[in-house]
Ligand binder design. Structure first.
Ligand SMILES: Cc1cc2nc3c(=O)[nH]c(=O)nc-3n(C[C@H](O)[C@H](O)[C@H](O)COP(=O)(O)OP(=O)(O)OC[C@H]3O[C@@H](n4cnc5c(N)ncnc54)[C@H](O)[C@@H]3O)c2cc1C
Length: 482
């Protein structure tokens, strides 16, 4: 691209959406000298900063401390007798709100310092290399850009039959502000968002009923990990978990009325009357108002098809100069995935060919204790082993054999490591236990480098640390290589 033709565009790059994906893309582009604009219609920072990762982790941090201080048995094990714990709901909510405000401000300043132009308004495509931005005042301006990245994210999914009022029946968007603590709350969905809120609510004294349509709770987790995690995170708490049942209808009010039917037969099961309902049944892409038809793009249930360089595809072929990153692509809908995709898209725009490696992207659930994973599930690893003709290795390493976990009196935990028994390559790991979200990074790095347990088993880990759970797994795995 010659300078003359580059200068004929208003910008080198326009990013639509300033969530984690858009932010990372815009910053990376501006840092590398691209004339960059980012369009945002709501709050800078998107879901993660305003309604997701950031405030939920603040609530989990505060409620986790309440849980710890209220756990008389656990404290007695150390010889500690604490006074009954008291907390102020509003102050916990304020902690989350203040953190959101701080991070949102920092992120906005970072973008401005990098030289990106922030355009406030709702963006949509106007054909190739053109973006229309409708400002809150109704004024619409059209900008041209050599490249456009769509990073419009996702919104909570509310299944048909469920009516929300934002007060008694709500999604994570409202739950995050912790406006009140219902005595009895039903959480629909036992994915990571449902589990994290169940952790918060039970720590703060609420009774929870968890409703899962699939035939086991925590259906998206490794089955062994789910089994051991559920013993503590669900069975050990004030949670009544129902699987194989569908919330056919939910009517807001006082009480909230839930009509439960059996998932398989749709036969009525029960009418529940609770104080509140949190709908945590997944997320849907935000793409319908983007005017994708103007560039011939057809979505897959709203998700924008992309290749591993983050180029938008039509019938499998890339649309020139159009990219998409983050939740709107439907790939591992996590903040760090969105950011990683943003980096990959911009590197390709800059002319450096780079592809995303989803296998090495970790995921974590910040319950107490945490759950994490990276790489292949056991089922996918089995399939790969059969297809590629290698023997799948699997070892388990237990927190109850770890000195640090024992010292903390938190030895409930398991790590499962999947690997190729011939080459030793690490294929995946699944962890439940204290600080599992931090522990997974070491294995994610090994997966990214396609490393073998043969070499990893020689790496020295600090004693006594939880990381020795990983060391034990590597050593066990290396001993079984064929
Ligand atoms: C309760 C909860 C907890 C979570 N916890 C974690 C966690 O701990 N770790 C983790 O990795 N992930 C977590 N996530 C997921 C994470 O928030 C998302 O994966 C991440 O925000 C996706 O980033 P994104 O940039 O793709 O989209 P988003 O963050 O959704 O941002 C998209 C932005 O685009 C804007 N936008 C949309 N359409 C337009 C338009 N037409 N014009 C202009 N702007 C537009 C939106 O207003 C929004 O600001 C959590 C999510 C939730 C709901």
């Amino acid at each position: 691209m010659s300078d003359a033709s580059a200068a004929s565009f208003d910008f080198d790059l326009i990013v639509i959406g300033a969530g984690y994906g858009g932010f990372d893309a815009a910053k990376h582009a501006a840092d590398h000298g691209l004339r960059t604009a980012i369009v945002e219609s709501r709050d800078m920072g998107g879901t993660c900063v305003n309604r997701g990762c950031v405030p939920s982790k603040a609530l989990l941090a505060a409620s986790g401390r309440v849980r710890e201080l209220a756990d008389v048995e656990h404290l007695r094990g150390f010889g500690i007798h604490a006074a009954p714990v008291r907390f102020e709901r509003q102050k916990i909510a304020d902690h989350a709100n203040q953190l959101v405000a701080t991070i949102r401000t920092n992120l906005t300043k970072t973008l401005e310092r990098a030289g990106a132009t922030i355009l406030r308004g709702k963006g949509r495509l106007e054909g190739s290399q053109r973006v229309a931005v409708r400002e809150a005042s109704g004024i619409e301006r059209v900008y041209s850009a050599r490249d456009v990245i769509i990073a419009t994210g996702s919104d909570p999914f509310v299944p048909p039959g469920i009516e929300t009022d934002g007060r008694t029946v709500f999604t994570s968007d409202e739950a995050i502000s912790l406006e009140w603590l219902p005595r009895w709350i039903a959480i629909i969905g036992s994915g990571y968002i449902g589990l994290e809120f169940a952790d918060v609510y039970t720590a703060l004294g609420c009774e929870v009923t968890m409703i899962e349509a699939l035939d086991r709770v925590m259906p998206t987790f490794d089955p062994d990990i789910a089994k051991i995690a559920a013993r503590n995170l669900i069975d050990g708490r004030d949670i009544d978990a129902r699987s194989g049942v569908l919330a056919k209808s939910v009517t807001p009010g006082s009480p909230v009325r839930i009509e439960l039917v059996e998932m398989a037969s749709r036969e009525p099961v029960e009418i529940l009357e609770v104080d509140a309902v949190l709908v945590a049944t997944g997320r849907v892409p935000v793409s319908k108002d983007l005017n994708l038809a103007s560039v011939g793009v057809t979505t897959n249930r709203g998700f924008i098809p992309v290749d591993e360089a983050m180029r938008v595809l039509v019938d499998g072929n890339p649309v020139p100069h159009l990219w998409a990153v983050g939740d709107v692509t439907g790939k591992m809908m996590l903040a760090h995935t969105a950011a990683a995709q943003g980096g990959v898209a911009v590197d390709n725009i800059l002319g450096h060919q780079r592809l995303i490696d989803y296998r090495s992207i970790p995921a974590a659930t910040f319950t107490h204790p945490e759950i994490s994973s990276v790489g292949l599930s056991e089922a996918d690893a089995k399939e790969l082993a059969a297809a590629d003709g290698f023997e799948l290795g699997l070892v388990r390493s237990y927190f109850k054999a770890n000195s640090k976990a024992l010292a903390e009196l938190e030895s409930d935990g398991l790590m499962k490591l999947l690997f190729n028994r011939s080459s030793g390559e690490v294929l995946g790991a699944h962890i439940y236990g204290l600080h599992a979200a931090d522990l997974i990074q070491e294995i994610a790095n090994a997966v990214a480098r396609r490393q073998s347990v043969r070499e990893l088993a020689h790496e020295v880990h600090t004693h006594p640390t939880l990381s020795e759970v990983v060391e034990v797994a590597y050593k066990q795995a290396a001993a079984t290589l064929v």
